[in-house]
Design a protein around this ligand. Structure first.
Ligand code: ZN
Length: 216
């Protein structure tokens, strides 16, 4: 099977209004929205923050609540560096095996933890492994919340070596407004970004966080 950074199911999610399920940013601007899931991580987050700062890149970190409890100082450092915090559940469970009530509790518990870090009441939510049930979508709509999805998958979790992922990114370059899925729980995204950040900059891209949700 050919791999591509644009998996088929994203086409389907792209049919929802961006106000509910954000699958891309401003397509008119040469902006890429890097997003990092599963942190904060004591080994990988600090060098990632340094790399982003070197390139004047702002990003969005979809943090896991229990990791924030373990490393609140790291979460604080991310926010203080001007990046946006997103909600990636409390314990990264398989959402398809939880009731809606349990799913909501995972989200709200993490919002409370993140609130203590950045003062915001709500944070864009990205479900673990992107699993999104119709009930959860309705809940999000009812609560006027927003799902932070992506339009470009770096495949950094796929156990492929960095050179292969770099080659993939070269063959299928991102476009204006793409939200790029990456992870902050291994050094693979760091290896990829050390090559791709300077290259994407040369291609004319700048790097920003996605829209924040609600008011601070
Ligand atoms: Zn995840």
């Amino acid at each position: 099977m050919t791999i591509t950074p644009r998996p088929r199911r994203l086409l389907l999610l792209g049919l929802f209004p961006n106000a509910w399920v954000e699958t891309s940013g401003d397509r008119a601007q040469p902006t890429l929205y890097l997003t990092f899931d599963d942190g904060p991580h004591p080994q990988y987050t600090p060098p990632l923050l340094e790399l982003l700062a070197e390139h004047d890149a702002k990003a969005t970190f979809f943090l896991v609540g229990n990791q924030v409890e373990r490393h609140p100082e790291l979460a604080k450092r991310i926010a203080q560096a001007g990046h946006l915090l997103g909600n990636h559940s409390y314990s990264h469970p398989a959402f398809e095996s939880l009731s809606l009530r349990q799913q909501v509790e995972e989200i709200e518990r993490t919002d409370r933890l993140l609130h203590a870090i950045d003062g915001r009441l709500h944070h864009p939510f990205r479900p673990p492994r992107g699993v999104l049930s119709p009930a959860m979508l309705l809940h999000i709509l009812w609560r006027r919340r927003r799902i932070g999805y992506w339009s470009y998958d770096s495949l950094d979790y796929s156990r492929r070596p960095a050179p292969e992922l770099i080659e993939l990114a070269d063959r299928h370059p991102p476009r204006n407004g793409d939200i790029v899925l990456m992870h902050d729980d291994s050094d693979i995204s760091l290896d990829v970004l050390r090559t791709m950040l300077p290259q994407w900059k040369r291609d004319g891209f700048r790097f920003r966080a996605i829209r924040p949700e609600g008011n601070p």
